[in-house]
Design a protein around this ligand. Sequence first.
Ligand SMILES: Nc1ncnc2c1ncn2[C@@H]1O[C@H](COP(=O)(O)OP(=O)(O)OP(=O)(O)O)[C@@H](O)[C@H]1O
Ligand SMILES: [Mg+2]
Length: 523
Amino acid sequence: MKMSDYWTTMASLVGMLAFCQTILQLVFPPELRLAFVHLLTRMRHVFSSHTYFDITEIDGVNTNELYNAVSLYLSSSVTVNGSVSAAAGNNSTRLSLTRVPNSSSVTFGLSNNDRITDVFDGATVLWEHVVVQRQVQSFSWRPMPEEKRGFTLQISKRDRALVLDHYLDHIVGKAEEIRRRSEERLLYTNSRGVSLDARSHPWDSVRFKHPSTFETLAMDPERKRRIMEDLREFANGQGFYQKTGRAWKRGYLLYGPPGTGKSSLIAAMANYLGYDIYDLELTEVQNNSELRKLLMKTSSKSIIVIEDIDCSISLTKREKVKKNKSNNGCYDPDLTSGSGLMDEPGSSVTLSGLLNFTDGLWSCCGSERIFVFTTNHIEKLDSALLRSGRMDMHIHMGFCRFQALKILLKNYLRMEEGEVDGVVLKEMEEFVEEAEITPADVSEVLIRNRSDAEKAVRELVCVLKERVVRRRKSGGVKKKKEEGEDDDEEEAEEEQEKRALDSPNRNREFFGFENEKDEVEEK
Ligand SMILES: Nc1ncnc2c1ncn2[C@@H]1O[C@H](COP(=O)(O)OP(=O)(O)OP(=O)(O)O)[C@@H](O)[C@H]1O
Ligand SMILES: [Mg+2]
């Protein structure tokens, strides 16, 4: 029997089975019909010369990254390569055009239930975008999304190995490349009351177009270099993490006064690595289990941010609670309420829940993720959160120093060091540290006078000098006050801790702990 005859016979058999299926649907009761339909569909697949793969948008509890990759690949292939052509029988390909708010480009996609063919390594494959309306439920504890979406890939059985071994990898690689090239990141946020069932997505996203980069970030160049190196090592470190048996994630704690560039650093990190940002609003999360579900719905290559962690969750020091309990044996609601480990289980997000989120088994359900916490008051954080190994790097974002000031002059006035008057530059160097001015305040002065660089620089020097004078005066008053006061033991303890955090040694070593620094250096 010739090959062509074989395929003709098979095609007629498949046609017959499809005909039987239709007849059955008309004659028999629904249950029996369903059983027959299942049987016939199976038989049809056995005799068919094709294999089908379903790639659904939601895979169990997780979003299916392959679905997004296919979607991106097909849209770009249509527009860029021209390698995808209209499906056989379709004279024209119907594409849906989308322009997401804030996006600079139009995205092409397959319309609902439309088909398109692609050729890979000589093999022709057929993609179908399947969108099914969900049946309206009269009542449900968990609201379901209205549509069920997925791609069906039809390939010839003989090309099965080729497709499974290379084509899907090719698609994922291409999608990755397209995303990086498009330089468009997504900024996700969670909001209260979003349904957290297995299928829906609890994160809302917008295009993220923050202009902050490591180049524009006003920071000591050496510290900047080390952070960039650390990020690069992390992003390229799949092998390292696998070899050492560590989850492929990294934690950064950014601390310092308001306006010193913590959020700007996060944006620079995202732009540098090409990662999306998940801005987690902890106050909107009702309990630990919701927190876990949110984590499960984040994608890899992302930065999960919790800003102002000391405000989002009450992290009163456990030492204090313990001390309070042992001192007078009573339970002080002020100290224990919302204090993480002391919370009623299940009622709210607790410290232990948060630590599990970043560090426990659940933090590994996904890979290549960076956790960033920011705070203006590191001294308020529980030591469990600060202890070595929890957050890999502690980065102090401090007041503006001379090196950082020069970067701001370049950013806002396009002035290089040599272009600033020598005397003015010297004055700046002399006063900037003592002035304790934030980069945000410096930026404000420079933006105000950006049309006149000379004036901007002069005004900045005036502002610096004023601050120094003010600080010297208030410093004297404070000192006198302190001498007359009899601080209680606990306050003194806290003050000491604060000083330790702000000490020049600590600032010089921007990693919070010596051993963490070693760890990075070892790598
Ligand atoms: N280190 C910096 N380099 C460049 N610009 C900075 C820096 N710090 C602050 N700025 C400027 O000041 C503004 C505020 O900075 P940013 O929001 O990053 O500070 P923050 O530390 O996150 O403050 P907060 O603690 O209030 O959240 C930014 O828009 C940026 O223009
Ligand atoms: Mg901020």
